[in-house]
Each structure stands twice: as structure tokens, then as C-alpha cells.
Design a protein around this ligand. Structure first.
Ligand code: 4AD
Length: 431
């Protein structure tokens, strides 16, 4: 039996060894009495040479295959200093699993076309690299959460109320009434802390955002944490430790993939170690005004303002202490300044802006009811949530991290849609 190996594992030290490879034809070239096939699998690529003089039958099969055909190849490893991994394979047998005459994706395909054929584009090594980085970021998050004692929980996606404002809710028919798709697991995580204290979840979150920006999807993957007995400053420490671990671990495990996108420009990633710089909202407004941005105290910062602010930093950083009226109803009022809430966003540098939204939660029943009314909502819709402030209410805090936004920054992508398998935007629901 010949061992099956991955393409990237074919090394010069295996000189003379018989190997079996399974994958897809990535490139093909014919020169004289030889066919050169670059074979691709999930690990990477390796060149296989089929020579008419050495093995005529395999050579004939190799002549037949088209780009993206699936094949199983057997051959002998040859050290070759010109090959990317220092070795290639002398092909001796080629079994065509499925031959492909014509693959629709060619070199000069537009972004829109690539999104139309996303189901085929996903096999490109550059796209696979993004998915590997995303997978490794979550693997790292899980490692950190486990060693720091957080419980994973599994909240519902079909819900009855808004967390982040009614304007971006997706409404759907639920038998003889209506339900919504979850914007955030937060309210459910808040219920879970009374039994588990430190909880987290990874769920899809939905936002009916019509805004076509580089950082909005209608469906994104949301990593959320919620903890009892933590104030805003405690949860900010959790945020920076978690993000730092995710980034440093991914730098360690996915150097090759990150280099594909950043070359050796990894300074801001390396800089992502605690403590991240912290500035108040007031300071942020001063900085923006001093740089000529037309913004007044009390106004929200959009992507443009955040981009200008990120020029001041070479690592992720926090903006804390936002005005109450621009933030969500559940955020705790600042006891020292009732115009503000105990909220902090984490912004990524290099123009990326907000990757985390977090806050201490309002734990006082009467204040929370008042905030719900101020927002023009009905406290009846939040009865169960208000109950949490009646039976052993505790100071608590939490946050949500948009995974695609983190990936987009780590790989310097020009749009969050490249950071998800099948992006959902106002104009795209297929494939
Ligand atoms: O700031 P947001 O809206 O906060 C919440 O949803 C809180 N309830 C989370 C919590 O405290 N548990 O969203 C949190 C993060 C943002 O910082 C951003 O990274 C991401 O979710 N996000 C989006 N990502 C892609 N597309 C969108 N439309 C996004 N909206 C938010």
C-alpha cells in the first residue's frame, strides 16, 4: 500500500519514496514529451511530471485532463531545488475521478463574477487561506475561553424582540404571528450568567442594513461574551486579552496564509498585545476636530470618522464613554455623567475601525424601564429581560465581536464579504 500524502508534505527528504496524492488539477503545461501538472489539495500544491518515455499510459491520461479535474496520482518523489517545496513527483499512475473540459473562472474574472460563482471560487488557494485564518482565529478563541473558564452556550436565533434597534430587524412569519432573526445573542446570554457566570456563544447575527459599506453584511458570525460581576473596565481587559491571543496564535499558526495578504507588513498584528490604548469619546471628538473632521460632541462616529481616528494608532484601541442617546437601551448610565453610558468599542487600526461593541449593562430595574420607554419601545416586550433585574440582579458586562471584521483587518481585505463563505448583502442571497 502506498501512503496518501498531502501536496504540501512532499519534501526533498522523501527522495525516491513512492507516494499517492489526491486533489485537483491547478495548472497544466505540455512541453515536448512531458506533461507538467500542478496538483492542488487543501494543504497547498506540488508539481507532478508525466514523461512519455518513462510511463506512456500515465502520460496519455495526463494529456487528457483539464483544469480542476479531480484525480488520484501515484508517483515517486524527486528532490528539485526549482520546485516551491524543493521537491516534485515523477508521475507513474493517474486516475481521473472526474474530467473537466472547461472551468468557468479565468484569471481576469471581476469581483462580481467571482461572487456569482462563489461555490467554485472557494477552492482557490487564496480564498481557502482566508477560511483557514478564520478557522484558526476561532480555534484560538476557544483555547483562550476554555483556559479562562467560560462556558459555551447555544442561544436561539428565532426571537421576538430587538437588541440593536428595530430598524435593522429581519421579520418573518412564524405560524400565525411574527418572529425576527436575532441581531445579537446578548439578552439571552444575560439570562445565562445567573447560572453560569461567564458565558460565550458563536452565532450568526442578522441585520437588515441597507447601507452598502465595506464592513456590513446582512448575516455575520458573532462571537459574544457576557459575565456577571464585571464592570466596563473588567470586560475591556477580557476583550484585549482574547483578541490578543486570537491574533498572536494565528500569526504563529498561519504565517504562510497571512503573508499571502500582508507580505511582511505584520506590525499592527504584532502590536496587538495588552494593554491596548484607551481614549474617551470626548478625546476622540477632539482628535477628529483637530484633524478638520466636521463632527460635534453627541454625534455618532461612522466608518469615515473611525478611519481618520485609526490613523493615530498602530494597534487595536478602545474608545469608551459614548453619549447615551447614540447607544443601545441596555447600556448602563455613567454614574459620574448621566449624559453618557459605560460603553466601549474596540477599533482596529489601518482604517478598519469597529470590530467590537461592548458595555456594562443597566442592572437597575427602574432605570432600564425608563430607557426602554425613552427609546419608544414597550416594556411589555421585554418582560422576561426585565425579570433579570428583579431576581438577584448583579453588575454585569459583555461584548460582541464581528468575526468577519476581525478577519478583514488581520488579512487587510478590502471588504468583509471576502471573509465569509457565502456573503449575504442587500443585493446578494445566492449562491
Ligand atoms: O456593536 P454591535 O451592534 O453590538 C451588539 O450587537 C451587542 N449586542 C453585542 C454584545 O454586547 N453582546 O455589534 C457587535 C459587533 C460589531 O462591533 C461588529 O464587529 C459586528 O458585531 N457587526 C457586524 N459585522 C458585519 N456586518 C454587520 N452588519 C455588523 N453589525 C455588527
Amino acid at each position: 500500500m502506498i501512503d496518501k500524502v498531502y501536496c504540501a508534505d512532499v519534501t526533498p527528504e522523501m527522495e525516491g519514496k513512492k507516494v499517492k496524492l489526491a486533489g485537483w488539477v491547478y495548472r497544466k503545461r505540455e512541453v515536448g514529451k512531458k506533461v507538467f501538472i500542478v496538483l492542488r489539495d487543501s494543504s497547498g500544491i506540488v508539481q507532478v511530471v508525466f514523461s512519455k518515455d518513462l510511463n506512456e499510459e500515465a502520460y496519455r491520461e495526463a494529456k487528457k485532463v483539464g483544469i480542476e479535474s479531480s484525480v488520484i496520482i501515484e508517483g515517486t518523489v524527486k528532490a528539485d531545488s526549482r520546485a516551491p517545496t524543493g521537491a516534485e513527483v515523477q508521475g507513474e499512475k493517474l486516475q481521473i475521478i472526474q474530467n473537466v473540459d472547461f472551468f468557468p473562472i479565468t484569471k481576469d474574472a471581476s469581483d462580481e463574477f467571482l461572487l456569482d460563482v462563489r461555490h467554485l471560487h472557494l477552492r482557490s488557494p487564496k480564498v481557502a487561506a482566508i477560511m483557514k485564518v478564520k478557522s484558526t482565529l476561532m480555534q484560538a478563541a476557544r483555547e483562550w475561553l476554555l483556559q479562562d473558564g467560560w462556558y459555551e452556550v447555544f442561544p436561539p436565533i428565532l426571537v421576538t424582540g430587538a437588541v440593536e434597534g428595530g430598524a435593522t430587524l429581519f421579520k418573518l412569519k412564524y405560524f400565525d404571528r411574527y418572529a425576527y432573526l436575532s441581531q445579537s445573542a446578548q439578552l439571552y446570554l444575560e439570562a445565562a450568567i445567573f447560572g453560569l457566570e461567564k458565558v460565550w456563544s458563536l452565532t450568526p447575527s442578522f441585520r437588515a442594513e441597507k447601507s452598502r459599506t465595506r464592513r456590513h453584511l446582512t448575516e455575520f458570525w458573532h462571537l459574544e461574551l457576557e459575565a456577571a460581576w464585571m464592570d466596563l473596565w473588567d470586560i475591556m481587559k477580557v476583550e484585549e486579552e482574547l483578541v490578543s491571543y486570537m491574533v498572536q496564535r494565528t500569526l504563529e499558526l498561519r504565517k504562510k496564509e497571512i503573508e499571502l495578504y500582508r507580505k511582511d507588513d505584520i506590525k499592527t498584528l504584532k502590536n496587538a498585545v495588552p494593554p491596548f490604548p484607551r481614549i474617551s469619546y470626548d478625546e476622540a471628538i477632539d482628535i477628529l476636530q483637530s484633524k478638520g473632521v466636521n463632527i460635534e460632541w453627541g454625534e455618532d462616529m461612522g466608518a469615515d470618522e473611525e478611519r481618520v481616528l485609526t490613523e493615530e494608532f498602530e494597534s487595536p484601541f478602545f474608545v469608551y464613554g459614548y453619549p447615551k442617546h447614540i447607544k443601545a437601551f441596555y447600556m448602563k448610565e455613567d454614574p459620574e455623567d448621566p449624559r453618557k453610558v459605560l460603553a466601549a468599542d474596540m477599533l482596529a487600526p489601518e482604517g478598519y475601525g469597529e470590530i467590537i461593541g461592548g458595555s456594562q449593562r443597566e442592572d437597575d430595574y427602574d432605570k432600564l424601564v425608563q430607557r426602554i420607554l425613552e427609546e419608544g419601545m414597550d416594556p411589555k416586550d421585554y418582560e422576561w429581560y426585565l425579570d433579570l433585574r428583579k431576581y438577584g440582579s448583579v453588575p454585569h458586562s459583555g461584548f460582541g465581536l464581528g468575526l468577519e471584521r476581525l478577519v478583514a483587518w488581520v488579512l487587510k481585505l478590502d471588504h468583509v464579504r471576502w471573509a465569509t463563505l457565502f456573503p449575504r448583502t442587500p443585493s446578494r442571497l445566492y449562491p
